[in-house]
Design a protein around this ligand. Structure first.
Ligand code: FOL
Length: 209
C-alpha cells in the first residue's frame, strides 16, 4: 500500500463479488444483504481522523441504482462520473443535491478531489463495472466481499462481471481487513456471514510490488 500523504489519499475499490467475478444483474445488485450493506456504509463512512470525510466515486449507472432515499450517500462526498458531464470536477450545482460532484473523467477527478475537497481521508471507488475497469491502475487496495450462494441455494442471475486477469495482475489477497478498516467498522465473528441465501466474507487485497 502506498504511504498516504496529505495530497495523495489512499484510493480503494469496494465491491461485492461472486467466484465468477459477477457483481450485478439488470443494473442492480443481485442480492439484498442488510449486513453486507452495513459494512459498505461503515467502511465508506468511517475515518481514522474524525475531522475528515471520505469520498465515494461511482459511475452514473451505479448512482441511478442507489435508491433515491439513500442518495447522495450521507456523510460522504459523492462523485458521479459520466461522459455526458462537461467538467473534470464540479459541484452538481444549485439544482443538484448538496455534497455531490460531477466528473467526466475518473482519472482527473481522483487527481482533483484532494485539491477541491478539504479534509479528505480516503477515496472509495464503488463501481460499477465500467468504473472498476478503469480504476485498477489508480487504486492502492480493494475491499472485496467474497460472496457465494449458501450451501443448497441457487446462484443468482448475473450479467455484469469484473475482469479476473486485471484484478490478479494488480492485486494480491491479504486476507483480514483489520489492518485497513478504520475503528468503528463492525466486523463479524465468525468471519463468514450467512444471510438471505448467501455466504460471504470481507477480504483485503493490496497492490502488488
Ligand atoms: N460494495 C459492497 N461490498 N457491497 C455493496 O453492496 C456495494 N454496492 C455498491 C458498490 N460497492 C459495494 C453500489 N451499490 C447503496 C446501494 C447500492 C450500492 C451502494 C450503496 C446504499 O443504499 N447505501 C447506503 C446504505 C443503505 C442501507 O443501510 O440499507 C449507504 O448509506 O451507504
Amino acid at each position: 500500500m502506498n504511504a498516504p500523504t496529505s495530497h495523495t489519499p489512499v484510493v480503494a475499490i469496494v465491491a461485492c463479488l461472486m467466484p465468477d467475478m459477477g457483481i450485478g444483474y439488470a443494473g442492480k445488485l443481485p442480492w439484498k444483504l442488510a449486513r453486507e450493506m452495513k459494512y459498505f456504509r461503515e467502511v465508506t463512512s468511517r475515518t481514522v481522523d474524525p475531522s475528515k470525510q471520505n469520498a465515494v466515486v461511482m459511475g452514473r449507472k451505479t448512482w441511478e441504482s442507489i435508491p433515491p432515499r439513500f442518495r447522495p450517500l450521507p456523510g460522504r462526498t459523492n462523485v458521479v462520473v459520466s461522459r455526458q458531464f462537461s467538467h473534470a470536477l464540479e459541484p452538481a450545482g444549485p439544482k443538484g443535491p448538496a455534497g455531490v460532484f460531477h466528473s467526466n473523467s475518473l482519472h482527473r477527478c481522483l487527481e482533483l478531489l484532494p485539491q477541491r475537497v478539504a479534509s479528505l481521508e480516503r477515496i472509495y471507488v464503488v463501481g460499477g463495472a465500467e468504473i472498476y475497469a478503469q480504476s485498477y491502475t489508480l487504486c492502492d487496495a480493494m475491499l472485496l466481499t467474497e460472496i457465494e450462494p449458501a450451501p443448497g441455494a441457487e446462484p443468482p442471475q448475473m450479467d455484469t462481471f469484473l475482469d479476473r486477469v486485471a484484478v490478479a495482475e494488480r492485486f494480491e489477497r491479504q486476507g483480514s481487513v483489520d489492518a485497513f478498516v478504520p475503528p468503528g467498522v463492525t466486523l463479524p465473528d465468525p468471519e463468514t456471514v450467512l444471510e438471505n441465501g448467501f455466504q460471504y466474507r470481507f477480504a483485503l487485497y493490496t497492490r502488488r510490488v
